[in-house]
Design a protein around this ligand. Structure first.
Ligand code: SF4
Length: 443
């Protein structure tokens, strides 16, 4: 089990957050690609939400056509480089690889993907052809993976695209919300710059769309609008003590870490509350920032967690302990957090129940809540006719990602309730095709 020294410099930060999937060199890529069986009806393609022709790009790498490999990847997925690094490949393409049925390691598809795309990006290979942008104007709200994929596809289809982004950087959670050992800020930003330089879509930074007046203006000026707004801040637990100093949300914690690296201080004792992949990331990150005692607390047993098993194992291997069947009832402290009072839980007749009299206190200096994110429901209510579905996600026609207001399309976390970057990339691209069909049929 790893024990991390508190990083005092950028070099030490990078050591603690060494890339989980480092870039392959040419020999590694040649060897790894030669292990692929180039299966007929390849299960890895079916397991990829964007349907990348994986055996084809692996063959292209193996025959020295690295640029062709990058082209194959980008033909299906506009965020090919980011997805190679941040996709949970263990449960997608690599999890489906036929080698899982044999006693040999699976093909490292994600790393091969990065080998090809990183090569195209760093050498500035020209891969994309755009049509003259005269088919119409589309506004995109949010430059996360869904918005970027939608913008890229629309540019190829011949539309003029303006993305309105509230932050100062593109790519949403890919740059602000993913653990730093999965992808670096530079890799994310380089891929966006690469796409933008060839496809020409505009991104207006620090230009959030928040009011009815702004929406009316967009409706007047654009032929269609895509909502790639993602999700909001971490939800409240609804218990006493949540406003104490030292209590933060996982999304907010990871965002600060991604921006400030070794310049943030994580105290010695940290409790993470939650059981999803974000909780695992937050736990692993707190440990890598040098916290001495990091404990994950989850209200059900281990099997009830939404997190992937490999993410849980990664967190545990970073030195994090876990506590199951406990629910926080009070966050303790005067001005700043001093601990959490928990109660033990059990399942009775299918329901999660508190065990009476089982309360106990656990001391800590920081609490990170990873209990889900809020939705931008108040903003969405400003759009005429827009219907919200289960858990306040945006309802769309799943064939074209059009909302109940025909001018608006949507994709990504705001629609799927929080999935992977690769799902957002697929939905953004599908919505672009939906917008193109809608506008073509209107003429
Ligand atoms: Fe290659 Fe594995 Fe895909 Fe078969 S399943 S084509 S071996 S990566």
């Amino acid at each position: 089990m790893a024990e991390y020294k508190r990083p005092g410099s950028e070099v030490e930060f990078q050591q603690n957050f060494a890339q989980k999937k480092p870039l392959m060199n040419a020999s590694e890529a040649f060897y790894e690609s030669s292990r692929c069986l180039f299966c007929y009806d390849a299960p890895c393609i079916k397991a990829c939400p964007t349907g990348i022709d994986i055996p084809l790009f692996i063959k292209q790498i193996n025959t020295g056509n690295t640029t062709g490999a990058a082209q194959t990847i980008y033909d299906s997925n506009w965020l090919g480089n980011a997805c190679g690094k941040v996709c949970p490949t263990e449960v997608l393409c690599e999890g489906a690889c036929v080698h899982t049925h044999q006693d040999v390691p699976v093909i490292q598809i994600g790393r091969l993907q990065n080998y090809a795309t990183q090569n195209a990006i760093s050498e500035g290979k020209k891969l994309f052809k755009t049509n003259s942008a005269d088919k119409g104007r589309v506004a995109i709200i949010g430059s996360g993976p869904a918005g970027l994929a939608c913008a890229a596809e629309l540019s190829v289809l011949g539309y003029s695209v303006d993305i309105f982004e509230a932050s100062s950087k593109p790519s949403g959670l890919t740059v602000y919300g993913i653990a730093p050992y999965k992808i670096t800020n530079k890799e994310v930003l380089d891929e966006v710059a690469y796409l933008q330089s060839q496809l020409g879509f505009n991104i207006h930074y620090e230009h959030g769309i928040t009011s009815k007046e702004q929406l009316d203006e967009l409706e007047e000026q654009y032929d269609a609008i895509f909502l790639g707004i993602g999700m909001g801040p971490t939800s409240e637990l609804g218990i006493q003590g949540e406003k104490l100093k030292g209590v933060t949300g996982a999304v907010e914690f990871i965002r600060e870490l991604r921006m400030r690296h070794s310049n943030i201080h994580v105290p010695d004792r940290v409790i993470i509350i939650g059981g999803g992949n974000t909780a695992m990331d937050a736990g692993s990150e707190a440990a890598r920032m040098g916290a001495k005692e990091v404990t994950l607390a989850y209200r059900r047993d281990k099997s009830g967690m939404k997190a992937y098993d490999f993410e849980y194992k990664l967190m545990i291997s970073s030195g994090v302990d876990s506590l199951f069947n406990v629910q926080p009832i009070v966050i303790l402290g005067e001005d700043k957090v001093e601990g959490v009072q928990f109660i033990r839980t059990e399942i009775k007749e299918g329901k999660l129940c508190h065990i009476e009299g089982s309360e106990f206190d656990m001391e800590c200096d920081m609490v990170i809540k990873a209990n889900g994110q809020t939705k931008y429901s108040a903003f969405l209510e400003l759009i005429d006719g827009l219907q919200l579905g289960r858990s306040n996600t945006i309802s769309v026609d799943e064939n074209n990602y059009q909302t109940d207001n025909p001018k608006y399309f949507a994709g990504g976390d705001a629609v799927n309730g929080g999935a992977e970057v690769v799902n957002a990339a697929f939905e953004g691209k599908s919505a672009a095709i939906g917008i193109h069909n809608y506008l073509s049929n209107k003429q």
